[in-house]
Design a protein around this ligand. Structure first.
Ligand SMILES: Cc1cc2nc3c(=O)[nH]c(=O)nc-3n(C[C@H](O)[C@H](O)[C@H](O)COP(=O)(O)OP(=O)(O)OC[C@H]3O[C@@H](n4cnc5c(N)ncnc54)[C@H](O)[C@@H]3O)c2cc1C
Length: 358
């Protein structure tokens, strides 16, 4: 029976990025995906690469900053290896949120913040409503997660990662207390090492019930009435607006505890749309192309779960909550180093699965 060095459970951006990294270093890798790769949270995301916001836990900031730095090279490699273009934008973010001002720039007055804008707001983003609210500028990037995941899948295949789609993993198989493979609903596969990258579903695979939970986010996509109408990512306490280079504009997102329910509701989508129009009045004429909901992998302390589990040969990389697109490059690098038993570039102890009894 064929066996692999590593089996990755879950073909979202985390599983695919890790599979590529392991393969680059010479391992044979099989990704086993319940549905189609990249169609869950990684498909639903907005793609802001937020290094530090009010919602970013302090313990995550250094990891987030390290990952943000890796992004241009990460995307470049995926594009070259897949032959697909990924929309990575670096126009930056304009934030309208007094609480976030205080958080980002303690001690700054509103006048100081306005001075940080690289140009007057009306020049930076002419389509903005005539706001009296103070704004500030962050040098953040954004990426199209669907294009990114498609490129990661293409790059994984190009590198010779095996992918099995439409197969649900039910358990990690053990031999003498060590992981030795996985059982799916149809069959079983052998590998010396297994990594659980099953996102919001990570806790459902025996023998370890990691405390991940789904945190629903509803979003919509508008077709801009004119290309380049919005240039920057815009963030206010009510809504965020993310422009893509092809004229689409994403508007998001809710943060809901709704179990595994992925339905959208009209009232919520309309509320998000109205909040976007309040920021950019010309969006009133924008057609809604699509709305959707996705399930972020949440954890009790809002930090990812990364590292070796208490079962020898079994690893986990999950719980990336609102930042999994941002954190994919650093997660892939650090987890590959842990799995290869090297000293990781970034100490992942703060994210150890040992902090949860399961
Ligand atoms: C609305 C919304 C907006 C977001 N915006 C951003 C953002 O702006 N920036 C950012 O960085 N992050 C954002 N996120 C978060 C980001 O999408 C996630 O953190 C990230 O996609 C998690 O990736 P993942 O690979 O762990 O999970 P997923 O993409 O969900 O992948 C997990 C995969 O595992 C598979 N799977 C599950 N169970 C099994 C099983 N038993 N057997 C086999 N396969 C299985 C699933 O089918 C799925 O394909 C957002 C998320 C949402 C929902």
């Amino acid at each position: 029976m064929k066996s692999w060095d590593v089996i990755v459970i879950g073909g979202g951006i985390i599983g695919l990025s890790l599979a590529i990294e392991l393969r680059k270093n010479g391992a044979s890798v099989l990704v086993v995906e319940r549905g189609e790769p990249g169609r869950e949270a990684s498909h639903a995301a907005g793609g802001m690469l937020v290094e530090c916001s009010l919602e970013t836990p302090k313990a995550l900031q250094a990891l987030a900053a390290a990952s943000a730095q890796m992004y241009p090279e990460f995307v470049h490699e995926l594009q070259v290896e897949s032959g697909l273009r990924v929309d990575l934008r670096d126009q930056g973010t304009i934030v309208f949120s007094p609480a976030e001002h205080v958080h980002q720039r303690p001690g700054f007055t509103l006048e100081d913040l306005l001075k940080l804008l690289p140009a007057p707001l009306a020049e930076l983003e002419p389509a903005l409503a005539d706001f009296k609210q103070p704004a500030f500028y962050l040098k953040e990037r954004s990426v199209d997660p669907r294009g990114l995941t498609a490129a990661a899948l293409g790059a994984a295949k190009h590198r010779g990662v095996d992918i099995s789609s439409g197969e649900e993993v039910t358990a990690v198989n053990l031999s003498n207390g060590r992981a030795c493979g996985i059982a799916t609903k149809k069959t079983s596969y052998l590998a010396a090492k297994i990594v659980n990258c099953a996102g919001a579903w990570s806790g459902q695979i025996a023998p370890q019930a990691f405390p991940t939970r789904p945190v629903k986010g509803q979003m919509l996509c508008l077709l801009s009435p004119s290309r380049g109408l919005v240039k920057h990512v815009l963030r206010s306490p009510e809504v965020y607006v993310i422009p893509r280079s092809d004229g689409r504009i994403l508007v998001g997102a809710t943060v809901e505890e709704a179990g595994f329910d992925k339905r959208t509701d009209v009232a919520t989508i309309q509320r998000l749309r109205r909040a976007a129009i309040a920021l950019v009045p010309a969006l009133r004429d924008a057609k809604i192309l699509e709305d959707w909901a996705g399930l972020r992998p949440g954890t009790p302390d809002a930090l990812p779960i990364l590292g070796a589990t208490s079962t020898p040969g079994y690893y986990v990389a999950t719980g990336h909550f609102r930042d999994g697109i941002l954190l994919a490059p650093i997660t892939a690098r650090v987890m590959a180093q842990v799995i290869e038993e090297k000293i990781p570039d970034f100490n992942p102890d703060a994210f150890s699965p040992a902090r949860f009894p399961c």
